[in-house]
Design a binder for this molecule. Sequence first.
Ligand SMILES: [Zn+2]
Length: 215
Amino acid sequence: MEYFPKALLDGYRNFATQRLPTEQSRYRELSERGQSPEVMVIGCCDSRVSPEVIFDAGPGELFVVRNIANLVPTYQPDGGAHGVSAALEYAVSVLRVKHIVVLGHAQCGGIRAFVDKIAPISPGDFIGKWMAQFIKPGEIVEQRSHETTQDFVTRIEKAAVFRSLENLMTFPFVRTRVESGELLLHGGYFGVAEGSLFVLDRTTKEFGRIRNRDE
Ligand SMILES: [Zn+2]
């Protein structure tokens, strides 16, 4: 225990004394009945963008998968081990979630690495290979003239959400349920500095800011 981070032990003790008492019955119920979340969130690993915190979610409410730059790969039944696809398969075919939210965010390090075309960090170039699936073969992603670097990065962060939503539909079990109306796909974008949430309007293809209750 001596090497276990103290901040986590302190955090757990706060949870156990403050939050757990109000949620104990819920945990017991979930333990006996199993989980049945209605929402799956696909988010980034970024420590500032925690879906449970942003959506004020309690135990059993969100089924979350996080990876670098909140990317969903295309459907590849090639015999390989695919973590996001496994989570997706479980959420959609077993838990039968009603919503999948792809949550992008500002200042995404994965997107920044991709935009800046950084050199491999390790011999495996895991980030480079992971981010490369964001673009389609032959697709060119470049900064437009009259576009600031900031605007370019923001555009690509949002494009990653679009691409993930597009790739979700390559999974037969997703497509079937979306087409039957049993599953809805959504895009979101979190502005880290302001703590602001933008939600994608699928018809206008624009992200609209969600207003707070007092606005
Ligand atoms: Zn990120």
